[in-house]
Design a protein around this ligand. Structure first.
Ligand code: TTP
Ligand code: CA
Ligand code: CA
Length: 660
């Protein structure tokens, strides 16, 4: 038989395909959460505040240093850690353990010294008169983020196919600042582009009609990993000698980009950071903490089980809180490895169906959460507790000036000077025997500056005093909230993303419009944008085969449209120009360029999955009570840490220190 003829090419070689499909590869381009080929990075600065101080003071890296806040330590550099110095010990204990340690106090505002923060030698003994300022760290954080973005943009503009700008836009949208010292990056669209450039065989040819057919295998038998990358060991049944597949190649390219980003942060700013790279946020975040400092860890798909098996599930995002505690007591273990042997049906006997399915997936490394760039600050608060309490308006006003300065500094960072965003409400919180708060609108006609905030705060204070029982006051704080977007906010990105029925959906925002702002300044309210579908944005953020210039889209700002349907119908011709053949999609009735039909098809596929997952995630959040609980009370801590309500909370086992 010819198939057994040794002179013929091996039949195995002829049929060997990747286990991934054209469709899965293509979804990468859209940054879809539905493809197993995703590349998500998590970058976390090493000993962040400590590094900020080392850079500011120009100290060599081997100098032991800790940042103190009064007697507590809030950051410890890696040179100090071998001495046993941790956040859990006091400054005095640290000095004893390492006499040469630099104990740098955080910058402070000081009562009666106006609204400027400064580094002061005697801050640590002045808790009564000083208030911590995190401005220096926020400023460094901003610089680092900009360096990261610039480096990613540099990669994007290196793209040869003329779509560089699209990728830039897409990537900026795929960057989530998760805290003052960490970001998630969805590298998928960029990795896709690099892969296609390096491996032209991946470009879909006309013969590849079946989008669910396997890709050709990667043209290599060994992945040339960088020796500096930490690779998580493969699962038990996997072998390093096995031929790589495209998920490995995705990680290889992703690791190269992350390495370049980290190098840029070091070269330009002299900060070291650690990174995790994996197919989703959960794995990437666990990965970045694995090999600190100054290292990156790659969690390949074939290593996920081995990797997760070593963790307690309470260390996983969303499971650090009450839900994790409940599961621990229901199943008598905290170990992922123990829970892996519990069949889904058994999980269902103790948890509701949605939670059970979600848990079953998450401990197997299945996390489809999006990298979410919409992390705009919703309010800013500056506070101080008084022990002993304060008793006069004079004392209170000294602090109000500090609060106004503190908040104003943060508003400037947030773009108030460029009119990107401004708060509309100011609130004074005041505590005597009981807590009270009073708020007033910030007049739209005034520029928001330090003095305006101070004057408004004084007005609120007078109202509190008129109400009576203002003294003794044990805690005072000022906050601003209800932000509105100004004209220049993310102009290019927002304008680019908002087209057709997106503009339609966004122009339906429920927030009242500022009558003083021009119509062109009306950008959609944050809340409304949250409900918008990121898949849509991504799809249109990277229109394939179109040469419509991005600048065009800046004019596609969401002008209020009395007839949303007409807006949706109007948009495709505006977007695509006139010469291209179109058809009307049977599912969404949009007019689609024929050249984009596959892409559009993929988009529906991905969107269906995403909607389904989002619904499931919502259900998990709302229903994550154990079903055998006899309690009928609602809201018993069902929001896991890391969920929308949990952002910013310290991880399990960490101490949250009050910034006062
Ligand atoms: P982390 O990223 O948790 O820690 P770290 O950067 O100091 O160290 P690592 O190398 O392990 O990442 O926190 C970032 C900064 O946030 C930290 O430098 C100081 C501040 N912080 C506090 O002020 N209080 C806290 O309880 C924690 C956990 C952090
Ligand atoms: Ca850190
Ligand atoms: Ca961190």
């Amino acid at each position: 038989m010819s198939s057994e003829d040794p002179l013929n090419a091996s039949p195995n070689d002829a049929v060997k395909r990747s286990r991934y499909t054209h469709r899965q590869l293509h979804l990468l381009r859209q940054g879809s959460t539905a493809t197993p080929l995703r590349a998500i990075a998590h970058i976390d600065l090493d000993a962040f505040y400590a590094q900020c101080e080392m850079v500011r003071l120009g100290l060599p890296r081997d100098t032991p240093l800790a940042v103190r806040q009064w007697e507590s330590l809030i950051a410890v550099n890696y040179a100090a850690r071998p001495f046993g110095i941790t956040r859990m010990i006091t400054a005095a204990e640290a000095r004893k353990a390492c006499p040469n340690i630099v104990l740098q106090h955080v910058a402070t505002f000081r009562e009666g010294e106006g609204g400027r923060w400064a580094y002061r030698d005697d801050s640590f003994k002045n808790i009564k008169t000083d208030k911590v300022s995190l401005d220096p760290y926020r400023a460094e954080s901003r610089k680092i983020l900009k360096t990261i973005k610039d480096e990613l943009d540099r990669w994007c503009t290196n793209e040869p196919d003329g779509e560089a700008h699209c990728f830039t836009q897409g990537l900026s949208a795929g960057l989530e600042k998760a805290s003052i010292d960490e970001v998630f990056i969805d590298l998928s669209p960029l990795v896709y582009s690099v892969l296609l450039q390096r491996y032209p065989e991946l470009r879909p040819s006309l013969q590849d009609e079946n989008r669910d057919a396997g890709l050709p295998p990667p043209p290599t038998t060994a992945v040339p990993w960088d020796p500096e990358d930490f690779l998580v060991e493969l699962d038990l049944h996997e072998r390093e000698e096995d031929d790589p597949d495209w998920d490995d190649m995705v990680m290889l390219v992703g690791a190269e980009i992350v390495r370049a980003v980290r190098r840029a942060v070091w070269d330009e700013l002299k900060y070291t950071c650690s990174a995790g790279l994996a197919r989703n946020k959960m794995l990437a975040k666990l990965g970045s903490a694995c090999n600190k400092p100054d290292k990156q860890t790659v969690v390949r798909n074939r290593a996920v089980q081995h990797f997760l098996g070593g963790y307690k599930f309470t260390q996983i995002r969303m499971l650090g809180g009450k839900l994790g505690d409940q599961i621990t007591s229901l199943f008598g273990t905290e170990q992922v490895s123990d829970l892996l042997s519990v069949p889904l049906e058994q999980l269902r006997t103790k948890l509701d169906d949605h939670t059970a399915s979600w848990l079953y997936g998450i401990i197997r490394g299945d996390d489809r959460s999006e990298v979410n760039p919409r992390t705009q600050i919703k309010s800013m608060l500056s506070a101080k507790s008084f022990r002993p309490s304060i008793n006069s308006v004079g004392q209170a006003e000294k602090w109000l000036r500090i609060f106004a300065a503190d908040i104003y500094g943060r508003l400037v960072e947030d773009g108030v000077l460029e009119n990107r965003r401004r708060p509309r409400v100011i609130t004074l919180h005041h505590r005597t025997a009981q807590s009270r708060s009073r708020q007033i609108p910030i007049p739209a006609s005034n520029a928001v500056d330090e003095n305006l905030l101070f004057e408004l705060a004084k007005t609120l204070m007078r109202q509190v005093i008129t109400d009576g029982q203002a003294w003794p006051c044990s805690n005072l704080s000022l906050s601003v909230s209800s932000f509105e977007e100004g004209v220049s906010k993310n102009k290019a990105i927002e304008g680019f993303l908002l087209r057709g029925d997106q503009a339609k959906s966004l122009s339906h925002g429920s927030r009242p419009r500022d009558p003083n702002a021009a119509a062109s300044e009306q950008l959609p309210p944050e809340k409304k944008r949250k409900t918008d579908d990121n898949g849509i944005k991504r799809f249109f953020a990277q229109p394939p085969h179109t040469d419509s210039p991005v600048v065009d889209e800046e004019s596609a700002q969401p002008q209020p449209d009395p007839d949303p349907i007409s807006a949706a119908q109007r948009s495709p011709p505006e977007v695509h120009g006139s010469a291209m053949p179109y058809y009307t999609c049977g599912r969404c009735s949009r007019s689609i360029a024929e050249l984009e039909s596959e892409e559009h098809d993929d988009w529906h596929f991905a969107k269906d999955l995403e909607l389904q997952e989002r619904q499931e995630a919502r259900d998990v959040q709302h229903q994550s009570r154990p079903t055998n609980s006899s309690s009928s009370s609602r809201g018993t801590g069902t929001r896991g840490r890391g969920g929308r309500g949990g952002r910013g909370k310290p991880e399990r086992g960490q101490m949250r220190l009050a910034f006062q």
